[in-house]
Design a protein around this ligand. Sequence first.
Ligand SMILES: C[S@@+](CC[C@H](N)C(=O)[O-])C[C@H]1O[C@@H](n2cnc3c(N)ncnc32)[C@H](O)[C@@H]1O
Length: 259
Amino acid sequence: MGKPAKIYLVGAGPGDPDLLTVKAQRLIQTADTVVYDRLVSREILNLIPDSVSRVYVGKVTNRHTLSQQEINALLVKLARKHQRVVRLKGGDPFIFGRGGEEALALARNGILFEVVPGITAAQACAAYAGIPLTHRGLARGVQFVTGHCKDNEALVLDPAALSDTGQTLVIYMGLAHLPQIVCDLVDAGRSADTPAAVIERGTTPRQRHIVTTLGELPQVVEQQTILSPAILIIGPVVTLAEELEWFMPWAQEVELKYA
Ligand SMILES: C[S@@+](CC[C@H](N)C(=O)[O-])C[C@H]1O[C@@H](n2cnc3c(N)ncnc32)[C@H](O)[C@@H]1O
């Protein structure tokens, strides 16, 4: 009997293909089939050899190609058919990626799996916007929270958990409920003057990041037509962005054009 099939739950990172781990790159190049999400960048998909079959299971809010349950069932089915299946997910599979649910479905069906961590959007977008998430004297911790709730029900942020101004707050999927999130945070004790940043399409050549204040954030996001995927960073560390900005994709494009 040959080796049993295995599913690899692989983090693809935030978009820049150079941020893939060596293990992720090796796995996508040697897989039988790759099942991927909407947030996996085109540059990363281009690294998959033509001989490897691909299955798209992307989700946009309220518009799912397949439901999560159907994705879980598909992974179980593919594991019974193929030797080496890569389930490629944006960022890290275990951070707001429902990788835990997929791993549970595999474990409960007796299917072998491995989890390959990826660089999560919070880390990558902060780094590419020149924002250290912790910084001595400005933030002694960081919290990652989601601004999106199950089945689009009203969002409830826990004020007690979010009031600590010594913690940088990173909010994933925060655009849809932004005005409410800002109200909740101000009610929880975060000043409306707290520095805040929004980073759209972080780490890609189309990255945009805007620095403002918590109170101004909804208006800025609307005026600048910031679209998903975008992440919010709130806390005094955001003030460092001006001095630490290093990623200037527009400048690199110009450099390449005239090299
Ligand atoms: C379903 S969550 C997936 C998070 C992913 N598992 C991770 O670890 O980054 C999708 C959210 O992640 C954030 N995100 C992912 N990639 C991003 C990027 N390149 N730039 C900005 N935000 C991003 C956005 O808030 C987006 O709505």
